[in-house]
Design a protein. Structure first.
Length: 202
């Protein structure tokens, strides 16, 4: 009997970190745009435990945010969700997360997806020069922000062309708190989960 072929290993992986509080359609559109433009093998969504550059923590629990991501990505064969930052706890430093992936997948080329708002702040990221040596940043334009990178030695970044979308997690939470519909803003399965769990209500 012929030996079954092992599944192809993903050698190009874009890591997509964030609070995802909650995940919304703009997140999914960005991930699809990255896959299409760079023909990568996989996008890995990584919910943060606590962002170092944000004052407050997420509004929804770690379990809820993880479940919403899984619901949002379940029909996308090249999307995956990794809870490594939630399991690590504390501040979610990107360098530690990238090391985690590079140790598990030394053969893979790693990318990190950010918005133009974060591109401007890269010089404030923890040990950014070490991080810049490990990943290529994929930068998505955001309304009101210029694509302007700080002077970081070895920084390598590429612009991703994606629709300029106004959606944000804070706007989603605000809509829920005031009773507005989320139709077309978050995936249907995520909307159903939010409603069933009573998330983000005052």
């Amino acid at each position: 009997m012929a030996k079954e072929k092992e599944p192809k290993r993903a050698n190009t992986i874009a890591l997509y970190g964030g609070a995802f509080d909650p995940v919304h359609n703009a997140h999914i559109t960005v991930a699809r745009s990255v896959l299409e433009q760079l023909n990568l093998d996989r996008i890995c969504f990584i919910p943060a435990a606590q962002s170092p550059l944000k004052a407050g923590g997420p509004a929804a629990s770690d379990v809820a945010r993880l479940q919403m991501l899984r619901l949002a990505t379940k029909d996308e064969p090249r999307f995956s969700v990794d809870p490594c930052e939630l399991e690590r706890g504390g501040m979610s430093y990107t360098l530690e997360t990238v090391r985690h992936f590079s140790e598990r997948r030394p053969d893979a080329k790693l990318y990190w997806i950010i918005g133009a708002d974060q591109l401007e702040l890269l010089d404030r990221w923890r040990r950014i020069e070490a991080l810049a040596a490990m990943v290529v940043f994929l930068v998505v334009a955001r309304p009101g922000y210029k694509l302007s990178a700080p002077m970081v030695p070895g920084l390598n970044w590429e612009q991703i062309d994606a629709p300029l979308m106004e959606e944000s997690s804070s706007k989603v939470r605000e809509a829920l708190a005031t009773g507005r519909s989320l139709r077309g803003v978050v995936p249907e399965a995520v909307e159903a989960f939010i409603q069933s769990e009573g998330l983000y209500t005052l």
